[in-house]
Design a protein around this ligand. Sequence first.
Ligand SMILES: Cc1ncc(C[n+]2csc(CCOP(=O)(O)OP(=O)(O)O)c2C)c(N)n1
Ligand SMILES: CC(=O)[C@@H](O)[C@H](O)COP(=O)(O)O
Ligand SMILES: [Mg+2]
Length: 618
Amino acid sequence: MTNFPLLECTNDPADVRALSREQLGQLTQELRGFILESVAQTGGHLSSNLGTVELTVALHHVFNTPDDKIIWDVGHQSYGHKILTGRREQMHSLRQLGGLSGFPKRSESVYDAFGTAHSSTSISAALGMAAAARHLGLKHRQHIAIIGDGALTGGMAFEAMNNAGVTDDINLLVILNDNDMSISPPVGAMNRYLAKLLSGDFVNNTRDKLKKLLKGAPPVLEFAKRFEEHTKGMFVPATMFEEFGFNYIGPINGHDLDSLLPTLENLKNRGGVQFLHIITKKGQGYKLAEDDPIMYHGPSTFNPQQGIVASTAPKKITFTQVFGQWVCDMAAADSRLVAITPAMREGSGLVEFEAQYPQRYFDVGIAEQHSATFAAGLACDGLKPVLAIYSTFLQRAYDQVIHDIALQNLDVTFAIDRAGLVGADGATHAGVYDIAYMRCIPNIVIATPSDEAETRALLSSAYQFNGPAAVRYPRGSGTGAVPATDVQPLPVGQAKVVRQGERVAILAFGTLLHPAALSAEQHNATLVDMRWVKPLDGVLLAQLAQTHTHFVTIEDSAKQGGAGSAVGEWLAAHGYTAKILNLGLPDQFIDQGDYMALYAAHGLDEKSIASTIATFVA
Ligand SMILES: Cc1ncc(C[n+]2csc(CCOP(=O)(O)OP(=O)(O)O)c2C)c(N)n1
Ligand SMILES: CC(=O)[C@@H](O)[C@H](O)COP(=O)(O)O
Ligand SMILES: [Mg+2]
């Protein structure tokens, strides 16, 4: 690693507060260089972090952290903050087992005022803290929420602003980090509105008039004065943020310390609800990331000199790609199909679909609740919406799934990606609750394919099912089973006996079928690819219960309330008394790490499964 002389002496925000203006400039350069080299070695969220370097330095210089509270929305841009708050030397462990989390985490540092990772929570949390400070008489404490233009598309941000704008006697500063990007290009009317604030009528007019007014003033003062109440009132039309009750300031250049520092100093002592709009560039300072912020949003390891080089080695197709291919093929076969993503076009495999079917593609922004009810609305008119959504983000739309879709038995297909553990993103992104939270909902059917080929077929089954239907599949690839090219479905609620044995029945839900196969051989057990959590294959279960004494269930999701619980309930309800062992994830949050290692640590690799089953059947 390069030497970073000033950064290496900066161990605490108190050190940042002590730096001169000139040193702060040097610190931003070193911090940016360190982030690039460090993320290149570990992988992680690069572009967003490069874009918030100046803001991070300015915030820690101006505010009195950790007493003042900084809340990073999503938190994928908090690496600079981690580095300046005593975690520089642990950055090599970022997103790895036992290492630093890729997101702010209260248990990791006193400077991480609030744990984030799911978007659009920062204003609510900061407002809560600000209200608590008022209640506790902590008059001087500052509460700062930093939210991106992508995260601002989330409904919670508006709920919080709606509340904040009428809350008296609090210190709340919302900083909108507007880089005109979500993961993919931003969508929606809010994006258009922000663009309007930056362009033409609004800013140019204002700037020209202010220039005249402030002619001769030194540059720093020019910025500070620009925000004085009397000039603002005279020249700047009210923004929607002002209509919400905020004092709107900006837009200013978020890479220019001479703009950021005086503005933040000015805001620090103002009190009330303030809204600062800064303009930044995702990937700032690293040309490759500036040019392709999507590619550099969350890269794995790479050489910073070369940039990301596409591997030439043959790669297994991922589950996401299976979905991406299927949705295009099914759309070709059925003109009623429309596809929806809440801001995860690339991650959900919808790039090609958008290219082929732009009129049938909907990116609704980071708005999972809305995406579900929007799907419901489409279904009411006979369209067949496919909602592509990560398991962890579907949690956001729970009531919409129940109340707006299932209760009305609407024909919506859920393509649930990132089911199971996801690896480097850790507990915040784990897709391990979906089986438990969905299987209690009437009307819905839920499939758990064991490989890529089955994923495609079960997507067709779910799509053809007339009602809400979900297919959950993991990140990455599986056995490499080549999917068919047709869109033939498998029957709903029918499992597949993979191996016929006796006495012991191993019922696998999803891809853990494969590591369980060894145990089936060892114990001459029956091995079943259950395929469906709901409905369970009752006919097969009854046969097995009459001929087997021991049942083992296995799933890559939370055991409590999961697929194994469903089997246990079924056996009990039908009066069977077979012994049952449920294998799955425990009742605890599982932090980041290599996901194979994490499954092994929780007894879900081939070897551990074999030994647990051996003990159970002995
Ligand atoms: C509820 C939720 N949905 C989706 C995501 C996935 N996600 C992470 S970052 C991101 C884009 C955020 O854009 P923005 O807030 O503008 O930050 P930027 O990446 O531009 O720095 C998305 C969609 C998430 N973290 N949380
Ligand atoms: C911060 C965030 O929520 C996303 O960037 C997420 O990390 C993407 O995950 P995948 O890499 O699995 O698409
Ligand atoms: Mg953005």
